[in-house]
Structure formats: C-alpha cells, structure tokens
Design a protein around this ligand. Structure first.
Ligand SMILES: C[S@@+](CC[C@H](N)C(=O)[O-])C[C@H]1O[C@@H](n2cnc3c(N)ncnc32)[C@H](O)[C@@H]1O
Length: 289
C-alpha cells in the first residue's frame, strides 16, 4: 500500500456514509457474528478513526478499499476486529460463578474415585485475561483449602482479538485493575513492578503456565480445540450476537463439553427456548445433558 503525507485535519473531518457503514457492518456481522445496527454507526466510525490515522488515510472509502483488498483481508481484518470488539472485563467479575466452583462444581468433579485427576476448563471469549486468571486463582485457592483432593488443571483461553490476547498472555496489568482483590490473594498470585510512577502487577508464572491462549472465531463451523472440557465459561460474549448465532455457538461449545460438564453464561444472557443440550442449575449456570 502506498502512503502519502496527509493533513491531520482531513482525517479528523472523515465521516462514514450510510453506504460505507452498511458494507462494514455486513462484513463484521458475516465474519464475526457481531450485530451492527445503524445506531452503532457513530461508534464504528470513532473506533475505526484510529486506523485511518495510523494508515494515513483521509476517508472511510479508502479504508474500505484497503480492507477488502487481498492485503487488507490478510492484515487489516486483524486490526479492524481489535478496534471493533468490545473487551470490557474484570478480575472476579460475577463472583457467584467462582463461589459455585468452590461450593458445587469442584467438589463434585473431584468426588469418589475421580481424585488425582486433571480438570480441563475453557474461557471462551477471554478478552485481556482477567477471566482465565480469576479461574486459575479460584482453583489454586480450592487446592489450598482441600489439600487431600489432589488434582491438576489446565485452561484454554480464546478470543478473536489479537490485541487483548497479547495483554492476556503477558499477564501484566495496571495496579488499579486489581485494587479490589483481597490482600492475601494479591500477595500469593501477583508480582508488583518496581516502577512507582506507573505501577503494574504481573500474574505469577505458576498461574500463567497453566493457561494456553489462542485466537478462535466463534463463527468458525467447528472449533479446532481439544475435546472434553469439564467446565466452559462463555460470559458476556453472546450478547453481541443474534439469537440464531447464539444458539449455534452454544451448540458448538457444548460439543466440546463432557457429559455433565458445567457451562457458565454472563448475567444478561440466557438459553430460554434454545435447542441446546443444557439444563439450568441456577441463573446463568448450566450443565450438559
Ligand atoms: C465483553 S468481553 C467478555 C470477557 C469475559 N468473558 C468477561 O465476561 O469478562 C467479550 C469478548 O468476546 C470477544 N469476541 C467477540 N466476538 C467474537 C468472535 N466472533 N469470536 C471470538 N471472540 C469474540 C471479544 O473480542 C471480547 O474480548
């Protein structure tokens, strides 16, 4: 791609037309399942504005031409979805799920002669890693509280955005992100940076090594990941999809869940009237039939 020197003012003036929005929103919906109704035009324009600046482009017309070129379909699509996806997350978000792990799921999975076993978990739509690290902390805490229940665990964490996956695999966060964590957890699982001007923490290596981060698009026809997960978290992801896509994604995830495996959705998501092999245990907590 040739880059010219352009006036910054011209980039700031760039406005997305309704036609340009329609082309982009149809592509985003078709490729990634993310709904983009017309009301999201301003949001899409402002999120892609940064890409125009970085590419030295003055119009969305040029941007679309590049995006749909051969090079754009290999390179720019990755940057575009980084901008378009909403990655809001937190450590210990929706704590009722982690309480349920301790009170029900883990005791059951580790009961009887099933001790000494490996628990496999999947954080599907993991964003910048706070969810899989929270799962990892919860499992370590459970192990410490139940020294007689020997078990090992591994976590697969996937997302479509390479930007958030990079943060997730580094495991470095601003200290403010972990402010609400109890001091004893901070001491056990976080390392503090020496930089006092911009303090950061890093997740300890023992937690990081248990998690495999991979790029995966929920719109793929089949998910190229190992089978037989005991527990799948897919929280606050399906809200961006329409009903039909939600049902398809849940069925594909359930194909990777063991019989009786546990499945967690986000607080505003449900499977009411879906044809999926799940039965509800509590709001947003299910198990595979
Ligand atoms: C709001 S975050 C939720 C993060 C975490 N599960 C939580 O509840 O805190 C939603 C994530 O879904 C990812 N996502 C959106 N569409 C996707 C797709 N088609 N395939 C895979 N991940 C997708 C986004 O990149 C984003 O990181």
């Amino acid at each position: 791609m040739t880059q010219q020197n352009v006036n910054l003012g011209d980039i700031y003036k760039a406005v997305m037309t309704s036609e340009e929005f329609s082309r982009l929103s149809a592509f985003i919906y078709g490729e990634y399942g993310i709904k983009m109704p017309e009301v999201k035009k301003t949001m899409l324009q402002s999120r892609l504005h940064k890409r125009l600046r970085e590419l030295n482009m003055t119009s969305y017309k040029d941007y679309i031409e590049y995006l749909f070129s051969k090079e754009g379909q290999q390179i720019e699509v990755i940057h575009m979805i980084d901008m378009v996806s909403t990655n809001k997350t937190d450590f210990f978000r929706e704590p009722v799920h982690f309480d349920f792990l301790h009170s029900h799921a883990l005791p059951e999975l580790l009961s009887g002669d099933r001790s000494n076993r490996q628990i496999k978990l999947w954080s599907a739509g993991c964003s910048s890693g706070e969810e899989p690290y929270t799962i990892s902390i919860s499992l370590c805490e459970f192990m410490e509280q139940h020294p007689l229940l020997a078990f090992d665990y591994s976590i697969l964490a996937t997302d479509i955005s390479t930007r958030v996956l990079k943060t997730a695999s580094e495991g470095i966060y601003k200290e403010a992100r972990v402010e609400m964590l109890p001091l004893n957890l901070k001491k056990k699982y976080l390392l503090r940076s020496k930089d006092k001007t911009s303090p950061t923490i890093r997740i300890i290596p023992d937690l990081r090594r248990r998690i495999n981060f991979h790029r995966l698009n929920f719109m793929d026809n089949a998910y190229n990941v190992p089978d037989s997960y005991d527990i799948i978290f897919c929280r606050n992801v399906l809200i961006y999809f329409d009903r039909e896509t939600q049902e398809k994604v849940i069925n594909r995830l359930c194909a990777k869940l063991k019989p009786n495996g546990f499945f967690f959705l986000g607080h505003s998501e449900s499977i009411t009237n879906f044809n999926v092999p799940l039965k509800q245990l509590k709001p947003t907590i299910f198990r595979k039939i």
